[in-house]
Ligand binder design. Structure first.
Ligand code: URA
Length: 180
């Protein structure tokens, strides 16, 4: 399946109740030949308004870390576990994640990246069945023939300088892995 087809199906999806409160669904965005996919949690207010992932404060943090590591935003693909904004930015429920799971698999399949960067505990729980980002961040995990790299969610580092430094160092490690 092509990324464009997945995008269209996400935009018209009514599989869960989040479709009733969304302004726009937020499909993944980026290079369909990307070597890295980034996976976040769910759209926030800005993303819901624009229909694009990571366009708010967390997106800026991610973009800055990428730029410092020499990765352009245009060269990657960014998506979320859940494609519609949960009211008040609550954590998406298990059933909402389940409704959206197929889209994420299809995106990964369509892009077939070298590595999947999992941002934060919600994404890590959904994609790898494990949380504990603090313990597992900065490492490559291999599962079912795919490579994953775990780090903090960029929203978690906005008000924490120490986490922000670790996040930037993780993104720089990821850039080195991809350059090999
Ligand atoms: N947080 C996320 O997890 N995803 C977005 O798209 C924006 C903020």
């Amino acid at each position: 399946m092509k990324v464009e087809d997945i995008k269209q199906r996400v935009e018209t999806c009514t599989k869960c109740d989040l479709c009733k409160t969304r302004t726009n669904a937020v499909p993944g965005k980026g290079d369909s030949n990307a070597r890295i996919i980034f996976i976040g949690e769910a759209p926030g207010r800005k993303e819901d308004e624009k229909g694009e992932p990571f366009v708010g404060a967390a997106g800026k943090k991610l973009e800055n870390a990428l730029a410092k590591s020499g990765i352009s935003r245009q060269s990657i693909y960014i998506t979320n576990v859940v494609k519609c904004r949960p009211p008040n930015n609550r954590v998406p429920t298990e059933s909402e994640r389940e409704s959206c799971r197929q889209f994420l698999f299809e995106e990964i399949d369509a892009i077939n990246p070298d590595i999947i960067c999992v941002l934060g505990n919600t994404a890590s729980n959904s994609v790898l069945g494990q949380g504990e980002i603090t313990k597992n961040r900065g490492k490559i995990i291999e599962k079912n023939g795919k490579k994953y790299f775990l780090t903090f969610h960029p929203a978690a580092v906005i008000y924490n300088q120490e986490l922000a430094r670790t996040f930037e160092s993780d993104i720089s490690t990821l850039a080195k892995i991809i350059q090999k």
